[in-house]
Design a protein around this ligand. Structure first.
Ligand code: C2E
Ligand code: MG
Ligand code: MG
Length: 687
């Protein structure tokens, strides 16, 4: 029996395949079992499955699913089993808590078993532990989620692309570009970049550069957006991805444009400033030159703007300048240029004029429009401008020159009674230039204190004794030597430069007298001149008190000289100031007396010590009977008001003799001494 032999050495075929199957089934890292219909009884289970459910591979055989896995587990899986019994392959995941408390994730596969006849005969159960895989996948999912959250949370547009093809983008990308994600997916990222920037973007992508660069992209509605792009290459297994972050530069560009605007415009009126004007002039004149055209420059300066500014305040002044800017702009064409040079000075450039009359017409229109009343803080204000006109090419080839000519013509308009216009004529600019030059020099002089005081003695007519000095300022001019006050005090007032000069004089006079007194000289007062403007604008009393304190000069040795106009013009504030000076112990003289207003009533009102009879009345005495009469009247009036009288400009012994007879108290003039510098004065006193 050949079979027997075979039988004795090898197990029968059925038994062999059974044990082979079992070996395989027990070896795979999975739980498996097979259940028969109709009752779903276990016909096969590997060890793992049996042990998992608390059985052995043998004891589980014949049990129904419900019996095999227990009631609780059955409840959980019954719906899946049901579906499988309908012939469906079912796969689901389930969490499982092990007796040691550990949580595992398993994947259950229920596979219906059909015979060829399509008859369902059983179900195969395959359970695998997918905890590790699940964890790994979960980690990826979470990181993707995080990434998405980051991407959505930021305002920067983020786009992912692979070799230039867009594969993802965030919401901000849609906000920035107007395109929805589906609209951009699978499109070339370069198609959104404006043509002129494409090669730059390509270059950055190709070479994998990761530094920021600027490009413009096109919005869905067609407008372009400046952006800063930063690309990062992310090497993945199969391909290089690039993540590109786009930052909208519109706001930054706007700020830059605004900055550029501010640099070229006057912040108050938004009109072009001087710098911008000169640039525009260059261009406009070049154009006019090419077509052999004409142009005009109108230089506009408001008359007495300073008064408005001082009396109504800077706020009202600013408002007026804005209103003036608006009126000027209304009078000219869009192609003309209106600029503000600063202060109350405006410039209009008329392009495309044919004759000087065209420019005159516009200037007249400007004068007319500004004659209308302005309302500032509910107060009606009227102004008048003075306008100077220069013509291109007649008066000059460049903006610089034309501006200077128009400026000079404007000065001329001011001299012609203001509120009018003047064309530039050769020879006009000399004055204007001189004024500018002079102002520059005077500012330098103030900075360097390039002044000197000369002292002129006043002596008693009774006994010739020294009774005082007058301090007279001179400017140490770099080119002209010493320049007298008549040549620059008025000018300094008109350029707003008088205050620093006056302060220097006051301090220097007090300091010098104190020095002399320390040497035992000059136990007499020193007189300091104050212009009307100084008297009005400075805190005189405070300043004088401070100077006296600083120099240590007793107040009774200081006198101030005022002109009649100060006393005539205002009453209240002047009276307060004079009373305060009086209280301080400072003396007050009225200078150039007789030349001002004939009303003398103010003399009684103010606390005055001295009258200085103006030189013009002394000059022609005793020959001129009228002058003698005036001088006589002044001296008598002075005495009746108990004021001392001082005669100025006494040059001859005859004048001196007359004054003595009339009872004048003091004299000052060349006959006694010319004004002397400090050292000479010292020597003069010692004699
Ligand atoms: P003032 O106050 O009437 O000064 C007298 C002027 O007459 C001085 O001219 C003086 O040099 C001149 N003088 C004196 N004696 C004679 C004379 O016998 N014959 C002639 N022909 N002239 C004589 P100066 O120094 O040129 O000053 C002119 C004016 O400048 C002064 O007139 C005064 O109003 C003003 N001034 C001088 N110093 C100052 C100053 O520090 N501040 C201000 N605000 N004004 C000043
Ligand atoms: Mg004087
Ligand atoms: Mg005088």
């Amino acid at each position: 029996m050949p079979n027997t032999t075979t039988d004795a050495q090898t197990p029968p075929p059925g038994e062999h395949s059974d044990s082979l199957l079992r070996l395989i089934a027990d070896s795979v890292p999975a739980l498996m079992a097979y259940f028969d219909l109709p009752d779903l009884r276990c016909r096969f289970a590997n060890q793992g499955y049996a042990a998992y459910n608390g059985h052995s591979a043998a004891s589980i055989l014949g049990l129904t699913v419900r019996e095999a896995i227990g009631e609780k587990a059955w409840q959980a899986i019954e719906p899946h089993v049901e579906r499988c019994m309908q012939g469906e392959r079912v796969k689901y995941m389930r969490e499982q808590t092990l007796p040691n408390g550990e949580t595992r994730v398993i994947e259950v596969n229920l596979i219906p078993h059909f015979l060829e006849t399509a008859r369902l005969v059983g179900a195969f159960v395959l359970i695998t532990d997918i905890t590790e895989r699940w964890r790994a996948e979960n980690a990826v999912r979470q990181s993707e989620e995080r990434m998405r959250k980051f991407a959505e949370a930021t305002d920067e547009a983020i786009v992912f692309h692979r070799n230039g093809i867009i594969i993802d983008g965030n919401e901000a990308l849609q906000r920035l570009t107007g395109f929805t994600l589906p609209e951009v997916l699978n499109q070339s990222i370069f198609s959104f970049i404006t043509p002129e920037w494409r090669s730059v973007a390509l270059e950055y992508t190709r070479s994998g550069r990761e530094d920021p660069y600027e490009v413009t992209i096109t919005h869905k509605d067609g407008h372009t957006i400046p952006v800063e792009a930063v690309g990062k290459t992310m090497p993945l297994q199969h391909a290089d991805y690039r993540i590109v972050v786009l930052h909208d530069l519109t706001a930054r560009m706007k700020a830059k444009e605004r900055e550029a605007f501010i640099a070229l415009h006057d912040p108050l009126t938004n009109l072009p400033n001087r710098h911008h004007l000169l640039e525009r002039l260059d261009t406009l004149l070049a154009q006019a030159n090419r077509r052999q055209g004409h142009a005009a420059v109108l230089f506009i300066d408001l008359d007495h703007f300073k008064t408005i500014n001082d009396s109504l305040g800077h706020h009202a002044g600013d408002q007026l300048l804005c209103d003036v800017a608006a009126r000027i702009t209304q009078c000219v064409r869009d192609t003309d240029v209106v600029a503000r040079l600063g202060g109350d000075q405006f410039v209009v450039v008329l392009t495309n004029i044919h004759t000087p009359d065209d420019a005159a017409l516009v200037a007249d229109k400007l004068l007319e429009s500004m004659r209308g009343v302005f309302t500032l803080d509910h107060q009606p204000v009227t102004i008048s401008p003075s306008i100077g006109i220069s013509l291109f090419p007649d008066d000059g080839p460049t903006g610089d020159v034309l501006l200077r000519c128009a400026d000079a013509a404007m000065y001329h308009a001011k001299e012609n009674g203001r509120g009018n216009r003047q064309f530039f004529l050769p020879g006009m600019d000399g004055r204007a230039m001189e004024v500018l030059q002079q102002e520059r020099l005077l500012r330098e002089a103030i900075a360097q204190q390039a002044f000197v005081l000369h002292y002129q003695p006043q002596v008693s007519l009774q006994d010739g004794s020294l009774q005082g000095f007058e301090a007279l300022v001179r400017w140490k001019h770099p080119e002209r030597g010493l320049v007298g006050p008549d040549e620059f005090i008025g000018f300094a007032e008109s350029r707003g430069l008088i205050a620093p000069i006056g302060r220097w004089v006051m301090h220097e006079a007090c300091r010098q007298l104190r020095d002399w007194q320390d040497e035992g000289l000059a136990p007499v007062p020193i007189a300091v001149n104050l212009s009307a403007l100084e008297f009005r604008q400075r805190d005189l009393v405070g300043e004088i008190a401070a100077v006296l304190q600083a120099t240590g000069l007793p107040a009774r040795f200081l006198e101030i000289e005022l002109t009649e106009s100060v006393l005539m013009h205002q009453t209240g504030p002047v009276l307060d100031t004079l009373n305060a000076l009086k209280a301080l112990g400072v003396g007050v003289s009225v200078d150039d007396f007789g030349t001002g207003y004939s009303s003398l009533s103010y003399l009684k009102r103010y606390p005055i010590d001295k009258l200085k009879i103006d030189r013009s009345f002394v000059m022609d005495a005793p020959g001129d009977a009228d002058d003698v009469a005036i001088v006589t009247a002044i001296i008598q009036m002075g005495h009746s008001l108990q004021l001392k009288t001082v005669a100025e400009g006494v040059e001859t012994p005859a004048q001196m003799e007359l004054l003595r007879q009339l009872g004048c108290d003091l004299v000052q003039g060349y006959l006694v001494s010319v004004p002397m510098e400090a050292e000479e004065t010292r020597r003069w006193m010692s004699r």
